[in-house]
Design a protein around this ligand. Structure first.
Ligand code: SF4
Ligand code: SF4
Length: 424
């Protein structure tokens, strides 16, 4: 089978009834463009979100519809060829997968699934940007995109135990909360993880002391990363196998709730996409740590006077827009800081950090994403906040780099770090 035939087969095998509806239901009104960070930065046709959908639509109509095969371009269909791969590679990685276009779409279509689909064709042709292809391979082979070993993870736990002064239970069966981070925290943002340990330890202690609830928490020695980069680059088979392995390993510990910290896309795959991919519901709940804290604010008894500087919050796209966690972040932050300020727009309509969809990891994209960051910089600057809190480590790193680039004097933290500071 030629590369083109393989690519077409991969793309079409994932076009279910819903995607077919999305492909056929587009009016080409281009309303979605006005919520796309790329289009709002460069204002060219190349960056209109629907152009990505159009490439998938051309393949779908040519192969799957009679009118497409007979009328070709008259029916917006065309026969895919090797020449298309370079163009697809460029388009599929000119997208943050932020979902801004989806929430703006006049007929509520999902554009980022088309990005997933176009990326799958690009992956078949071996044109996935090298850093992402390498991370995906590492994750498939070792369970971690950075090949962080079990020994390194356990040694991080040991050092955190002595620094924080309390026990961090490992592999406790049937715990109420099983904490799983993303893939960057141990190496790039250990303060996020230590704050999460402190918050869960405090929460379970307070539940025991004040409410007599025997709440327990734990970390796993086997599952210490949620990333799913194969899925992000369109390697659906690899991504599904990985998801099954992760779920099997979690199931062995029988947790009531998996609590995620730092991860963005990994959180969305486990919480939102797993139902469709595994074709059955998960045997445990999946919650973001901010949700768990928001549900237990009274027990936490936070001291907001520990954080006096003005704080604003950046909603990570995969956590807010794609997984519905945005009110919870406000609930927690308003209890943990004295002076909370909202960005405009925010929540479901927030601008991406401009590092999403794996673009933060691609050096050739640096100039482009830093140009797009002007939108984010403007949002942040107008709040006059001194601290920007977020809930995803890629966002944290990108916001720090972008704010430095534009000379905005702010500190970037994970929201959980402000919570840890507010614990009495
Ligand atoms: S997902 Fe985001 S970056 Fe991609 S096309 Fe839609 S709005 Fe633009
Ligand atoms: S807003 Fe929706 S219907 Fe209009 S062009 Fe964009 S994807 Fe198509």
């Amino acid at each position: 089978m030629s590369k083109v035939e393989q690519a077409v087969k991969t793309v079409l095998s994932h076009v279910d009834a819903y995607y077919a509806f999305c492909l056929e239901g587009c009016f080409h009104c281009h309303v979605c463009a006005y919520n796309c960070p790329f289009f709002n930065t460069f204002h060219t046709w190349e960056y209109v979100p629907v152009m990505i959908g159009d490439e998938v639509r051309k393949i779908y109509r040519y192969v799957s519809t009679l009118s497409g095969r007979i009328l070709r371009s008259l029916a917006s269909a065309s026969k895919p060829s090797e020449r298309d791969f370079e163009k697809w590679a460029k388009m599929a990685y000119n997208c943050f997968m932020c979902g801004g276009c989806s929430v703006a779409c006049a007929s509520i279509l999902e554009e980022p699934p088309f990005t997933h689909l176009l990326r799958s064709a690009v992956h078949t042709a071996g044109l996935t940007p090298k850093p992402l292809a390498d991370y995906a391979l590492n994750e498939l082979e070792t369970g971690h995109p950075l090949r962080l070993s079990k020994e390194e993870w356990l040694s991080f736990i040991e050092s955190s135990k002595s620094e924080l002064g309390f026990d961090i239970p490992i592999d406790l069966e049937g715990a109420d909360y099983l904490l799983i981070p993303g893939w960057l925290e141990v190496k790039e943002s250990p303060s996020t993880l230590k704050a999460a340990f402190k918050a869960l330890n405090h929460l379970t202690s307070m539940l025991r002391i004040y409410y007599g609830v025997k709440a327990t928490w734990t970390v796993s020695s086997e599952i210490y990363c949620l990333a799913f980069i194969p899925m992000m680059i369109g390697d659906f088979d690899g991504g599904e196998q990985l998801l099954k392995k992760v779920v099997e390993k979690i199931e062995k510990l029988k947790p009531k709730t998996v609590v995620v910290v730092g991860a963005d896309y990994g959180f969305r795959v486990l919480k939102v996409m797993s139902r469709k991919l595994l074709k059955e519901p998960l045997p445990f709940q999946v919650k973001h740590i901010l949700t768990v804290l928001d549900e237990n604010l009274c027990a936490l008894n936070l001291n907001k006077h520990a954080n006096t500087d003005p704080v604003t919050y950046h909603d990570p796209c995969q956590i807010a827009r794609w997984s519905g966690v945005y009110r919870e972040a406000r609930g927690v932050l308003k209890a943990a800081v004295e002076n909370y300020r909202e960005m405009y727009p925010s929540g479901l309509l927030n601008w991406c950090c401009m590092g999403g969809g794996g673009l933060y990891e691609i050096p050739e994209k640096r100039d482009t994403i830093l140009k797009a960051f002007a939108l984010k910089a403007d949002q942040i600057y107008k709040t006059r906040a001194k601290i920007v809190a977020t809930a995803c480590t890629t966002c944290k790193l990108m916001l720090a780099e972008g704010c430095k680039h534009y000379g905005i004097p702010v500190e970037i933290v994970d929201a959980i770090e402000l919570v840890a500071k507010a614990i009495k």
